[in-house]
Design a protein around this ligand. Structure first.
Ligand code: HEM
Ligand code: HEM
Length: 188
């Protein structure tokens, strides 16, 4: 499989970025639910609540870098044509859905970062390096960014469910092997 997309296939780079982002999103949701539920000073699987927070923040910033790389790759290299089995309405829906997916991939880490920096909670990147705080403590911004982070977390679930639903509808009911377009190591 070539690195670049072809007119009929997503290439290795797009597929790698797609599934790396998906796996890290799953980690973020699981990790966020753990870190907000274990009390401060408590440990779970040998990690403190503070470690879970730091991993959430560090992986979140990694996701921002991956989302920007992914967007740049999409804009700078050719995209495959639409799957021939998508109706014009499904193409229009997918176009808006993909725009929202990119919005979520960027808004989630940016709002998390602004919340943590404006709240002056700090980020020790991967447990080793304290990131500087370029904006300083701003309570109003911290509250707003936290609300955006939480609301977007729920909105992302809806947008991803809509995306996955369309894929499974084609794969299972239309039997057009639509998911092969993005699954790793699969080439029709
Ligand atoms: C794509 C990246 C990210 C995803 C998918 C994500 C997801 C989530 C989710 C699902 C929650 C729980 C929301 C709830 O209470 O229901 C959460 C909370 C939180 N996130 Fe993120 N997050 C991301 C990036 C970040 C980043 C980059 C930071 C900071 C640098 C961050 C800091 C936080 C903090 C501090 C909380 C706890 C909020 C509270 O007080 O309840 N997140 N995140
Ligand atoms: C965090 C979760 C997900 C995000 C953010 C996401 C995002 C995207 C985006 C933006 C695209 C357009 C191509 C690109 O720019 O890379 C895409 C394509 C695709 N995704 Fe996802 N995706 C997610 C999860 C999934 C899952 C769980 C599945 C399958 C069960 C899936 C199946 C597909 C397929 C088959 C395509 C190709 C669609 C087409 O050819 O029109 N995605 N995804």
């Amino acid at each position: 499989m070539s690195l670049l997309n072809s007119p009929t296939h997503y290439g290795a780079m797009t597929r790698f970025l797609h599934w790396a982002v998906f796996l890290l999103f799953v980690y973020q949701y699981l990790g966020a639910n753990l870190m907000t539920r274990i009390g401060s000073g408590k440990t779970l699987f040998g990690l403190t609540q503070g470690s879970y927070y730091n991993w959430h923040k560090s992986i979140g910033l990694t996701l921002l870098a991956l989302a920007l790389l992914r967007l740049a790759w999409r804009k700078l290299t050719p995209l495959p044509d639409w799957a021939p089995t998508l109706t014009p309405t499904e193409r229009a829906i997918s176009h808006w859905n993909e725009t929202l997916l990119y919005g979520c991939m960027i808004l989630m880490p940016v709002s998390g970062y602004l919340f943590v920096m404006a709240g002056d909670y700090g980020i020790k990147l991967f447990g080793g390096f304290d990131l500087p705080n370029p904006i300083g403590k701003q309570e109003g911004l911290a509250t707003l960014a936290r609300v955006v982070h939480i609301v977007t977390a729920y909105a992302t679930v809806v947008v991803v469910a809509w995306h996955v639903g369309l894929g499974f509808k084609h794969q299972i009911f239309d039997r057009d092997r639509f998911l092969d377009r993005m699954l790793p190591f699969v080439r029709r």
